[in-house]
Design a protein around this ligand. Structure first.
Ligand code: UDX
Ligand code: ADP
Length: 451
């Protein structure tokens, strides 16, 4: 039986749930969308002018949809929204397990399981339950089992509809996705969800697969992307040793249509809430199915990432130690155009510099100082958060660029040279700054992948 989705609920108002639901509400004025979260402060922020996450274009969309067909409510008020919903998206965090079987690798499904129980308790009629968060393969089995034990008498179909948006470009990615993936076992349910996306996504971009393929495709896509970054970062070290230029090499590689030009930017390492977590989850799955070779292969992608962060931190540390011991860090976010710093390379680099006894001056365009300081393992006595780039650079012996914010590409290096410590060097972990200008101003410049 074909069904139409007219009421959507989404559990989880985070970096995925918030923007995704805002775009669905924007593109589907006939559908009513309710986003539910446990975190009252986060819901209050979604209902204010200071949204809890920064994404270019997001505030404008929320402004025109909130109160029309988009609302944000706390879980305490959420039961009626679940009861009314034709489709409930699960968009909660699936962090790496810290204890129990698979600790340190497997994904923790406890938040997902708690959502499934909440849905089982409150849903009425027939409800589509949609995995939006990245899940390990066969997570849908767990969800189905919980739903089957619900006492409400509702019926369910579970779909996997993983989100491929990247932070910083979330709105563009949602509005013009390369593809939307829907995995399921019931063709009518798949079509009901496809109908939602058809409001703005061309039919040919809506891919249908089985449930397990959809779950695995998301993990595999992130692993492939991370593997490209580790591959170019492995080449970056060789470029530095041989006086080659990694951007030149990347552009030659990228001109081969079989390789393609994207995701070949050498860096201090990948960060973000997905790549490491999903690689670990994939490694755990390989080990679970006794596939030691593939597990070791994907572990290598993670190992190169750790190695790259460590070696660039050590270059800056060695220089700062020989001088006055002050390091200016420009960039804490894991990439530009987001306030997110989960698994940001800046965390490990700062902790390594602090362990080396150095003083840090931190600057970022969007990351909140207080939240970031919680990631520092050595307390904040040796750390100062700076409201301006000048304040961070003043008196610094090493200037370390860790995020590719546009502003860092346009710095006035002569002015910075005048306020930095005598003999200061610049370490560009993103190959983003104007090297010629920085050298002309008097700095010694290291840039990742530049021989
Ligand atoms: C990623 C996937 O791209 C997205 O499809 C998925 O839904 C979630 O995980 P995200 O982590 O938000 O998205 O950002 P992404 O643009 O993939 O960047 C991840 C990390 O890799 C960042 O730290 C970025 O700076 C780094 N990176 C990316 C590079 O170092 N070089 C590159 O060429 C590309
Ligand atoms: P992502 O990047 O996957 O969106 P976030 O951590 O940004 O992850 O967001 C996940 C959101 O899910 C958080 O706001 C968290 O409060 C919420 N959440 C987690 N578990 C539940 C739950 N059982 N019910 C409602 N909200 C939940």
């Amino acid at each position: 039986m074909k069904r139409r989705v007219l009421n959507i609920a989404c559990i989880g108002a985070g970096y995925v749930g918030g923007p995704t639901m805002a775009v669905i509400a924007d593109r589907c004025p006939d559908i009513s969308v309710t986003v539910v979260d446990l975190n009252e402060a986060r819901i209050a922020a979604w209902n204010s002018d200071a949204l809890p996450i920064y994404e270019p274009g997001l505030a404008e969309i929320v402004k025109r949809t909130r109160g029309r067909n988009l609302r944000f409510i706390t879980q305490a008020e959420g039961a009626a929204a679940i009861a009314q919903a034709d489709a409930v998206f699960i968009s909660v965090n699936t962090p790496t397990k810290t204890q129990g079987e698979g600790a340190g690798k497997a994904s923790d499904l406890s938040y997902v399981e708690s959502c499934a129980r909440y849905i089982a308790d409150h849903a009425t009629g027939h409800t589509l339950v949609i995995e939006k968060s990245t899940m390990p393969v066969r997570a849908a089995d767990t969800i189905k089992r919980i739903l089957a034990n619900g006492k409400g008498g509702a019926t369910f179909h579970v779909l996997s509809n993983p989100e491929f948006l990247a932070e910083g470009t979330a709105i563009r990615d949602l509005e013009k996705p390369d593809r939307v993936l829907i995995g399921g076992e019931d063709p009518d349910s798949i079509e009901a969800l496809a109908e939602v996306y058809r409001h703005w996504v061309p039919e040919k971009a809506i891919l249908r697969t089985g449930l397990w393929s959809a779950e695995l495709s998301k993990l595999a896509a992130n692993a492939f992307l991370a593997q490209r970054v580790s591959s170019i970062n492995a080449i970056s070290a060789l470029c530095e040793a041989t006086e080659a230029d990694v951007d030149e090499v990347a552009s030659v590689l990228g001109s081969d249509s079989r390789i393609g030009p994207k995701f070949l930017k050498s860096s201090v390492g990948f960060g973000g809430s997905c790549f490491k977590k999903d690689l670990l989850s994939l490694i755990y799955l390989c080990e679970f199915y006794q596939l030691a070779g593939p597990a070791a292969y994907w572990q290598g992608v993670l190992d190169i990432n750790e190695w790259q962060k460590h070696r660039i931190a050590e270059l800056a540390a060695a220089h700062a130690r020989r001088n006055g011991g002050i390091v200016a860090i420009l960039g804490l976010a894991f990439k530009k155009d987001t306030n997110d710093f989960r698994e940001s390379p800046a965390i490990d680099v700062c902790n390594q510099l602090l362990a080396a006894g150095l003083q840090l001056r931190l600057h970022d365009e969007r990351v909140e100082a207080q939240a970031f300081s919680a990631c520092l393992t050595r307390g904040t006595k040796s750390v100062r958060f700076c409201g301006s780039i000048d304040e961070a650079v003043e008196g610094a012996d090493a200037i370390l660029v860790l995020t590719e914010w546009d502003r860092y590409a346009k710095l006035d290096w002569s002015a910075l040279f005048a306020i930095a410590a005598h003999g200061a060097s610049v370490f560009d972990g993103r190959a983003v700054i104007d090297r010629v200008a920085a050298r002309a101003a008097g700095f010694k410049v290291y840039s990742v992948g530049k021989g």
